[in-house]
Write a protein of this length. Structure first.
Lengths: 366, 170
């Protein structure tokens, strides 16, 4: 007679499939996960504390470093929150430029998310590098506009920092022309691929009720078929003037979350095309006082980041620095269901589930 | 003072809550409603289940150190009605504890752990109340206003040797 004992397996903090310094401790019974504990905090920089000693403008670079794969979206959410609090109205041109850059960032971020998911599912490197090809072009556009590829620090309170250079627009048009074809290429390569379907279909199913109760947002929530996109539900930056659809998943498995991201890229292309057609002339930034002092008050403002509801909770005491700044991290909160999803599944399935939720550790830890 | 698009005005929300439980609302302003700590679970349960409010999702949970007391902010939302509710609870600094709302909203789990870690507010009946970002044994809670950044480093962690050398040489 043999006696079976659970054994503990440690994944990370340095591991390709944890997408950063993120550690998972699993208790395994043979091939089955019986318990999961996630250990985060390796990248904790206490941004929220540091931001209390810096002016509102000085805090913008912190938001880049929270979600370093979607710096533009984080800049945008923060600047919109402070503008709302301080009653600053950005010029129309800045608003449209912001939409263009936020949607470009969404495409880059989704390319990264889906590329690494496919990589986690076993298609080592080739699809990932395919998607990096397009992401690279977007990062080049960022670089020629603001000098940085990842930590862009591009948005400002009251507008954007720089006007894109003249060569930006033809390159962007080329990219928009070829992106839908490239997406179709990935779909041909992956969405009907037998191995990829076997690895992702019916893996990590989240039902809509649990998804809502566990505060999931973004593609993780829409993958379960919940039609909730803050660009539609709570429009900011005049998103209600753009014509786009919100792709939804059918059953909420990893495959659905992958497909939602793929279709969202197509929708983002649509939005950028409309924005380019309606780009008004004028200033790209409005003048604000050097030390902005919003009226005492509090505000919770959220935008739809690539990973979900990206919220900023700001408390002002009338001084030049925020009294309290809280970043609502979609990556952390989307992990609320990871334990329930992993228990009872096998380790490779749990890795695919984690990959399909799409985390960025800089944002989890802040 | 600042209302976002979907946010329900504090006055409207306070009337709904008062109708359900008459002495629960302690204060309200344009954008928030302050409720009694002891009725927190009751009110959240009501808001979660009542179909006219339908606060199906907890979108944000955070705390603020107001020097004399802590404020804990709950931001709830209804996906069907497209509404955002903003509640706050005030608790003592010394006996800082609150009932956990994990039974109602699963999404509160990690956020309550974060508040416990960074503010030192305990949540009773939380299924797994541990520090989340900092290590066990870290002295103090960084987001409290009285946490001094450099002087409060955990004793026992050695400073870098070259730092000490530099000091002697100077």
């Amino acid at each position: 007679m043999t006696v079976q004992e659970n054994y503990e397996l440690n994944i990370g903090p340095q591991h390709p499939s944890t997408h950063g310094v993120f550690r998972i401790k699993v208790s395994m019974n043979g091939e089955t996960i019986e318990d999961l504990d996630m250990i985060v905090g390796y990248l904790h920089r206490s941004m929220e504390k540091l931001s209390e000693e810096r002016t509102y403008t000085q805090n913008i670079p912190f938001t880049d470093r929270a979600d370093y794969l979607a710096a533009m979206s984080n800049n945008l959410g923060y600047c919109l929150a402070i503008e709302k609090l301080a009653n600053v109205i950005p010029p129309q041109r800045a608003t449209v430029l912001r939409v263009i850059f936020a949607e470009l960032q969404r495409i880059a971020s989704h390319a990264m998310a889906n590329g690494t998911l496919v990589s986690d599912a076993g298609a080592w490197q080739t699809p990932l590098l395919y998607m990096f090809r397009e992401r690279e072009k977007i990062l080049d556009l960022f670089e020629m506009t603001c000098g940085a590829r990842l930590t862009t620090n591009y948005m400002r309170i009251g507008g954007v920092a720089f006007e894109p250079p003249a060569e930006f627009y033809p390159l962007l048009n080329d990219l928009l022309g070829e992106l839908p074809d490239k997406i179709d290429e990935y779909m041909d390569l992956l969405s009907t691929n037998e191995i990829f379907i076997a690895r992702t279909k019916n893996v990590g199913i989240i039902n809509p009720k649990d998804a809502i109760n566990a505060s999931l947002s973004g593609p993780a929530l829409r993958g379960s078929g919940v039609p909730w996109d803050l660009r539609k539900a709570d429009p900011y930056c005049d998103y209600d003037n753009y014509d786009f659809d919100v792709p939804l998943g059918l059953i909420g498995d990893s495959y659905d979350r992958f497909m939602v991201r793929m279709f969202e890229v197509k929708e983002s292309v649509k939005i950028i095309k409309q924005a380019l057609n309606n780009l008004p002339l004028g200033m790209h930034k409005t003048q604000i006082p050097l030390a902005l002092r919003p009226e005492p008050g509090q505000l919770y403002f959220r935008t739809e980041g690539p990973r979900g509801e990206l919220g900023y909770f700001v408390v002002s005491d009338g001084g030049p620095a925020p009294y309290r700044l809280h970043i609502r991290p979609p990556s952390l909160i989307n992990l609320s269901l990871l334990k329930q999803l992993a228990i009872g599944s096998s380790l490779p399935d749990a890795i695919v589930t984690l990959g399909s939720i799409d985390i960025v550790v800089g944002e989890i830890d802040r | 003072m600042v209302l976002t698009n979907l946010q329900v005005p504090g006055k409207e929300l306070s009337e709904i809550i008062t109708e359900f439980s008459s002495d629960s609302v302690l204060d309200f302003s344009e954008d928030w409603v302050q409720i009694d700590k002891s009725n927190l679970l009751k009110i959240l349960n009501f808001m979660h289940t009542n179909s006219n409010i339908d606060a199906a999702q907890l979108c944000n949970l955070t705390a603020v150190d107001m020097l004399d007391y802590f404020e804990v902010h709950y931001h709830l939302q209804s996906l069907d009605l497209k509404k955002l509710y903003s509640l706050k609870v005030i608790i003592d600094r010394d006996t800082s504890s609150l009932p956990s709302i994990c039974d109602i909203y699963l999404g509160a789990n990690l956020q309550e752990r974060e508040i416990f870690d960074l503010f030192g507010i305990t949540f009773t009946n939380h299924p797994d109340l541990r520090r989340i970002f900092l290590w066990e044994g870290f002295a103090g809670h960084p987001l409290r206003k009285d946490f001094l950044q450099m002087e409060n480093v955990t004793p026992g962690l050695p400073s870098f040797p070259f730092e000490e050398e530099g000091k002697q040489n100077r």
